[in-house]
Write a protein that binds this ligand. Structure first.
Ligand code: PLP
Length: 349
């Protein structure tokens, strides 16, 4: 089965990561890292601090960004308090607040002709009406693939000064690999946490390692997230090797950007389909509703797993994770063949 339903990076991690794994010895397996005695959390947080130009205490580590999303919300949200998050997003966003007796309020992401987009003024007026304790924003968002422009992000964070703001950048790096805005944002907004993960671009989802840059106002989260005996040393070695492999990941990012274009062009020629512009390693595609079940059946027979949604809003949508060039061609060939069987807008074949 070709799994293109989970937004993993099927190019796999950089060669240096495999070399790092081969070198794992007793130090990594049996010994706590003891970096606390040097006054830093770990070698990884130290390296990230230097790379981002942010003081090390403001870099937090976690087991994936899922873990940090949970920690941030659990740390700040009390029973009955509100978390504001996008309506069309990773399903887990809408679960976290309920884990601590909180309430979720959602803002819509608007469907445009060829891309989804945020309505910043609408989000701000909802914010003013609801006064949420925590706000989640995603850039790029899953599954719509749209991002915030820098000026919109500044406008929002400016408006959200009374809350804890969590910016999830799990899908960073598939549109561009610049890092400069993280230090600028957390330097300016004391209440902001910017989440990044090694799961997506760096293809280390199985290593469960992520980091968060926080503003100086989030000292409660900094304490909450501290792990005094250190972190997973094998995952850290993998993450450090990934950071040493910028050229490899630039190449992966370029290939995925080219293949996104391939998907846009392909679906533009398919009547009744619409593929939305994405800054991530997946594309969202609207399909003719009557084709949903024959398509699902056909792809299953072809051993290709794509994401078919259960949410009513996305009933006639699929999300396709981009794989390697070869895998993407396999998917597009499968669609061509399926459509050549006589499946058209007219009715189910
Ligand atoms: C928007 C978003 N954020 C965060 C995550 C969690 O990723 P991880 O915990 O592997 O860092 C996912 C997983 O798919 C996601 O879609």
């Amino acid at each position: 089965m070709l799994y293109l339903d989970r937004n993993e990076n099927l190019y796999g991690p950089a060669p240096k990561c495999y070399e790092a794994l081969k070198q794992v010895g007793v130090e990594e397996l049996s010994v706590y890292s003891r970096e606390y005695s040097r006054g830093v959390k770990s070698k990884l947080s130290e390296r990230l601090a230097a790379e981002f130009g942010i003081p090390e205490p403001q870099i937090l580590l976690s087991e994936g960004s899922e873990d940090m999303l949970k920690q941030a919300v659990h740390c700040y949200l009390g029973p009955g308090e509100k978390a504001l998050c996008p309506a069309q997003s990773w399903w887990y966003y809408q679960r976290i607040a309920s884990e601590v007796g909180g309430e979720t309020v959602t803002y819509a992401i608007r469907e445009g002709r060829d891309a989804y987009g945020y309505d910043v003024d609408e989000i701000i007026s909802l914010y003013q009406k609801e006064s949420p304790r925590v706000v989640l924003i995603a850039s790029p968002n899953n599954p719509t693939g749209n991002s915030f422009a820098d000026e919109d992000l500044s406008k929002l964070t400016e408006a959200f000064r009374e809350s804890i703001v969590v910016l999830d950048e799990a899908y960073w790096g598939f549109a561009d690999m610049s890092n400069e805005r993280v230090a600028r944002l957390v330097g300016r907004y004391r209440n902001l946490a910017v989440l990044r993960t090694f799961s997506k671009l760096y293809a280390l989802a199985g290593a469960r390692v992520a980091f968060t840059a926080v503003g100086t106002g989030l000292s409660r989260l900094t304490k909450f997230a501290a792990r005094y005996l250190g972190y997973n040393r094998i995952s850290e070695s993998l993450a450090l090797a990934a950071l040493d492999s910028r050229e490899y990941y630039l190449d992966v990012s370029r290939k995925l950007q080219q293949d996104r274009e391939l998907y846009y062009r392909f679906f533009a020629t398919c009547k009744g389909f619409r593929c939305y512009k994405s800054d991530a390693n997946f594309v969202l595609v609207k399909i003719p509703p009557h084709l949903k079940s024959p398509l699902q059946q056909y792809l299953n027979d072809e051993q290709i797993a794509l994401k078919f949604f259960s949410e009513p809003e996305f009933h006639s949508f699929i999300r396709i994770t981009l794989g390697t060039e070869e895998q993407n061609h396999r998917v597009l060939n499968a669609f061509s063949y399926f459509l050549s069987l006589g499946h058209s807008m007219g009715g189910a074949a």
